[in-house]
Design a protein. Structure first.
Length: 153
């Protein structure tokens, strides 16, 4: 449950001390009655409504002490899209770093002249290139098809 004190942004936990409209205070939030809360200017806030985070945002309306679902403007949509692409690039970079370790091991084995390769270097190269191409080959950051990591031979 969420609460708003005098219309302010909702909080989850009741304060430990409230001042009633008659000037008295109560200091045990487990004993606050509904009347105490009203007297202290505390209202119960309705549950957060469901909404599409790709097209709308949640805004606190202190006048009516309710959540409003508001459509994102063009600038907010652009910022959201940039943030999503940033997240895609971070995930891509993380996957590239993981496979880099396998490539380095392969190269080290080659230099040492040992043939214990467990990876096909061509498959790893192709996988890494597919990862690098993701921002150029996808138009929607919400609908990325990630390539599968090639397994050891």
């Amino acid at each position: 449950m969420q609460y708003s004190i005098n219309g302010e942004y909702p909080i989850i936990d009741l304060p430990h001390r409230i001042r009633l409209s008659n000037g008295l205070t109560k200091t045990d939030n487990t004993t606050f009655t509904d009347e105490d809360l009203v007297s202290a200017g505390i209202t119960t806030v309705a549950e957060i409504p469901s909404y599409n985070t790709n097209t709308h945002k949640l805004v606190w309306n202190r006048e009516i002490t309710e959540w409003d679902v508001v459509e994102l403007n063009a600038e907010e949509l652009e910022d959201l899209n940039v943030s999503k692409w940033d997240a895609v690039r971070q995930q891509r970079n993380s996957l590239l770093n993981e496979v880099d370790q396998r490539v380095l091991r392969y190269q080290s084995e080659e230099r040492a002249g040992i043939t214990t390769h467990t990876d096909n270097i061509s498959d790893l190269d192709a996988y890494m290139q597919e990862l690098r191409d993701i921002p150029q080959t996808n138009s929607n950051p919400d609908n990325i098809v990630w390539p599968g990591l090639p397994g050891p031979d």
